[in-house]
Structure formats: structure tokens, C-alpha cells
Design a protein around this ligand. Structure first.
Ligand code: AMP
Length: 496
């Protein structure tokens, strides 16, 4: 998963892009980058591995002069984790195009072959974002226009849609011309646009999440439609066009469960409110299955489950307590490459307040269970702290299948629920009782915010994928996502 932002304004945009990236940091901590274009049609960039605050120093910011620009925070889902994968990615023809991408292409290998053999483009990495950039560049370059208008640009996006399968929210700078945004035909990854009145023109921001608009003085205009492209030329004129023949709105439901900030709205649905409804539905399920439950206290596993857990406690009429204190300065444990490090890291990241556990029946709430590392360790900690019984609730249903659309999920075989029954998972994590949200309740919790949405991307729960899959794709992905293979890849990269 990644975070992307683009700003086109009257004045220099780098400082605001930097602030935006800080507000999107939760979407990726592996690498960060910014590219901006200035009035002399010069493209200036800085990207590197690490957190936003580590990548950009004063001396870098001073060189990032330009009034339209894009930024990226990276969280690797496809390709490796080295610095060559940091974005924006750049291609010098036509015009010089810099691009950032959130999502994952499912046919990037096939497209990579087409680019190399038929279109004579050399790719430097196995990143699907580099493939996407080159496909778009090829389709734009083919039109052989010295001064591309929005029509040429939209035509290139339409061709890109035809060729690329998967999920992509994209921002690109076309050097000397303007800034482009487009969203895949299913609208799987989020993207929205905001506006701010300037002295001589309107300023625009386009980003994965809208939580950053108000702090930066922007007002949300709307979500970018699935399949739509928006182009803001260098003078600040905005153009938009639907570039897909068959757009469908199918947002990724996991954005609401885990990824997005609670203060964001995606496709008009408040993430915060949908999490509250997840809590309400869980409470309803508990009351139905165990009307005479003996839960003494509800405790969230911070941070993403806090909203759902609080509402669950209110609806159950049971005290809500903070039983864990999170060290905010440690990266997300999931990102720790290997299982042993993950286990140790959970303990370092979350400290326990024994007094909330001693002699009590506790209901721990997390947003989801993936490998089961966090839940197992946390249940062990709760027991050590003196809990009588430890119940565990997940605000999402059982995750059984790998994600193909930009969320870094482990190989299917490493998902705790992939080949275990409900009771087996409960026993493996050592919970006295385990309760998962049903898929129907999860969908209802989210859809209530925008009943016009008919479908959500829910494949990690169902194994049903919306986009065409090329032969052996799932098998190859399964192998590449195994811890063992990741370890070998990283060792090889370190030697280079
Ligand atoms: P696990 O310990 O593998 O079961 O992971 C569960 C925890 O990871 C939960 O606390 C979630 O908040 C978090 N989580 C879920 N999905 C992801 C993801 N794709 N990347 C990082 N963390 C995640």
C-alpha cells in the first residue's frame, strides 16, 4: 500500500507536498519521494529510503522549486524493497514524465515483455509502477504531439486502461505541461480532489486520502471517478474525462477496516463512521450468540481497532479501557520482514497495563487477524497480566486469500485462517472465544455511508477477484510472498 499526493498551485508546492506526505505516512514507511516542475519546465526530484522526515532535509527542500508536483510514500507490495523502487519514477520520453502509483498491476509481467520486445523500452526494475509509467508514456508518445493537449493525454489514459489489469490510483507530472491523475476502472484504490481559491487561479490537490485537505486549506471537491482522468495544465486549468468504457465503483473494503485514517472519507463514506458501525455489528453478534456473556471489559489493540472497540463497548454496555500503551515511534510490526522479528516487535511496540486485566474476563478487539502473530502474543500477554478469560474479536472477517490489489498480505499459506476452521484459529491463538465480523455485516457497515455503492473489493475474504488473471499469476505471487523467498531476495539485494 502506498500514499500519493499531487498539488498544482500559484506558488511553490514542495513544502505542502512534504506536509501531505507526513499526513500519509501511515500508508507507507519504506521510502518517500517528491518531484516538482517549475516555470522553466525543469523537473526537480528527491527520493530515498525511509520515513518522510528522514528523506527530506532543508537542503533538498530548497532545490524542490516548482508550482506543480507529486509525492509518494512507499510500502512495498510488488517488486523489492531497494532504493531503485522508490517513487516518483521517471521516464525521459515523451516530454519527461514522473509518476507515482498506489496499487498493483496483475498483468505487469506480460506488459513488461510487450514493452521490451514490441515497444523497445528497457525496464530497470520489476516494479509494476515502472511498467505502468512506460505503458502510459508509450501511449502518449505514439501520438507524436509536440504540445500535448488534454485530448491526447486522455487518449493515452484510455489506452492505458485497456492494457493494464489490476488496481491503480496514479498521479503524473508531464514536464512543462501539467499534472495528471487517474483511477483504475473499478476504483479499487482511493483518490479524490480538493480545491483552494488562490489570488489569480484555483489551486488543486489530489490525494489517496482527503484528511489532509482541511489542514492545508483545501476543500474537497469530490472523489475521482473509477476510470476517470483529471488533468490540470501548468496554468491551473482543470479538465476531466471518463476514460473507461465500463467503469464500476468497487472500492477496497480493507481501506475502511485498517488502512485509511479515521478522519478520511473515501467514496463519500466516512472511515470513522464505518468503523463505529463495525463495532455496533460486532456487539449485535455477541448479544445474539451469547446473550448472557460474562465480558467485564473491552480493550482495543491500538490503533486501527480503537473506534470499533469503543462503539462495541458502548453497545454492549461494558466498560471500555485502554489496556495497551503503544510506542508510536516504532514502525508497523507487520512490516518487519520475518516472523521471529515480528513476534519480538509486538512486545516492544505494545506495553500492557496489568491493572486492567487482573481477575477480569477481557474482550480484546483488533481490526483484523492476518498471520495471527499479534493476536497470539497479545493473548499471551493478557494471560500473564492475570486475565481470567481472554476473548478476541476481529472487526473484519477471517482473511483467507492473498491480496492482488496493492495491500501487502502474506502468502496464502501464511495466513492463519487460510486452512484452519474458526475453532482451530481460536485454539492456535489461544483465545477462550473468538468472534469474527461476518462479511455481510462488514459490507453493511461500510455501505451504509453510501448506499449507491453496489460492490466492494473483498477478495481477501472470498478469493473472488474482479480483474482478469493471467495463467499461474496466483501461484507465482504465492511463492514470491513467502517469508523465505523475501529473505533470499533481500540478501541478494544487500550484496549488490
Ligand atoms: P497479524 O499479527 O499478522 O495477525 O496481523 C494483524 C495486525 O496487523 C492487526 O493488528 C492489523 O492492525 C495489522 N494489519 C492488518 N493488515 C495489515 C497490512 N496489510 N499491513 C500491515 N499491518 C496490517
Amino acid at each position: 500500500m502506498c500514499g500519493i499526493v499531487g498539488i498544482s498551485a500559484e506558488t511553490n508546492v514542495a513544502a505542502e507536498i512534504y506536509d501531505s506526505l507526513l499526513m500519509l505516512q501511515h500508508r507507507g514507511q519504506d521510502a518517500a519521494g517528491i518531484s516538482v516542475c517549475n516555470n522553466d519546465d525543469q523537473l526537480n526530484s528527491r527520493k530515498s529510503m525511509g520515513y518522510v522526515r528522514d528523506v527530506f532535509q532543508q537542503r533538498h527542500m530548497e532545490k524542490l522549486v516548482g508550482n506543480y508536483g507529486i509525492g509518494h510514500v512507499r510500502y512495498p507490495t510488488a517488486g523489492g524493497a531497494g532504493k531503485e523502487f522508490a517513487q516518483p519514477m521517471y521516464v525521459n520520453s515523451p516530454y519527461g514524465i514522473s509518476l507515482v502509483h498506489n496499487g498493483n498491476l496483475t498483468n505487469s509481467k506480460q506488459l513488461g515483455n510487450e514493452l521490451f520486445h514490441a515497444e523497445m523500452r528497457d525496464l530497470q526494475t520489476d516494479s509494476d509502477s515502472e511498467v505502468l509509467l512506460n505503458i502510459f508514456a508509450h501511449e502518449l508518445g505514439k501520438q507524436r504531439e509536440i504540445y500535448p493537449s488534454e485530448k491526447h493525454i486522455f487518449k493515452a489514459v484510455a489506452k492505458t486502461h485497456i492494457r493494464c489489469d489490476g488496481a491503480y490510483a496514479v498521479l503524473a507530472l508531464i514536464n512543462g505541461h501539467g499534472m495528471l491523475a487517474f483511477r483504475d476502472c473499478n476504483g479499487i484504490r482511493p483518490l479524490s480532489i480538493g480545491i483552494r481559491k488562490g489570488k489569480s487561479r484555483d489551486d488543486y490537490i489530489i490525494s489517496s486520502e482527503d484528511a489532509l485537505y482541511i489542514p492545508l486549506g483545501f476543500k474537497k471537491l469530490r472523489d475521482v471517478e473509477p476510470g476517470e482522468a483529471i488533468y490540470i495544465d501548468k496554468n491551473g486549468t482543470m479538465f476531466s474525462q471518463q476514460c473507461s468504457d465500463d467503469p464500476k465503483r468497487r472500492p477496497c473494503i480493507f481501506e475502511y477496516v485498517y488502512f485509511s485514517r479515521p478522519d478520511s472519507k473515501i467514496d463519500e463514506i466516512s472511515v470513522y463512521k464505518s468503523r463505529m458501525r463495525m463495532g455496533t455489528k460486532l456487539a449485535r453478534q455477541i448479544k445474539k450468540i451469547r446473550p448472557y456473556h460474562d465480558i467485564d471489559v473491552v480493550i482495543p489493540i491500538p490503533d486501527s481497532s480503537v473506534t470499533a472497540a469503543h462503539q462495541l463497548a458502548v453497545d454492549l454496555d461494558v466498560p471500555y479501557r485502554e489496556g495497551f500503551v503503544k510506542n508510536r515511534y516504532i514502525g508497523r510490526t507487520f512490516i518487519m520482514p520475518y516472523q521471529e522479528e515480528r513476534k519480538k516487535s509486538v512486545r516492544r511496540k505494545l506495553n500492557i497495563l496489568d491493572l486492567e486485566f487482573e481477575g477480569k474476563n477481557v474482550l480484546l478487539v483488533d481490526d483484523s487477524i492476518v498471520r495471527g502473530t499479534t493476536s497470539k502474543k497479545i493473548i499471551e500477554m493478557a494471560r500473564e497480566a492475570g486475565a481470567k478469560k481472554v476473548y478476541f474479536a476481529s472487526a473484519a472477517p477471517a482473511i483467507k486469500y492473498q491480496n492482488l490489489y496493492g495491500i501487502d498480505m502474506p502468502a496464502t499459506s501464511e495466513l492463519i485462517a487460510s486452512n484452519k476452521s474458526h475453532d482451530e484459529v481460536a485454539s492456535e491463538i489461544n483465545a477462550d472465544w473468538l468472534i469474527y465480523q461476518t462479511l455481510e455485516d462488514l459490507i453493511d457497515s461500510v455501505r451504509e455511508g453510501n448506499p449507491e455503492i453496489k460492490e466492494f473489493e473483498t477478495s481477501i475474504f472470498t478469493g473472488d477477484y474482479f480483474t482478469p488473471l493471467i495463467e499461474n499469476y496466483l501461484e507465482e505471487l504465492e511463492i514470491s510472498r513467502k517469508d523465505e523467498l523475501k529473505m533470499q531476495r533481500e540478501k541478494a539485494q544487500a550484496k549488490r
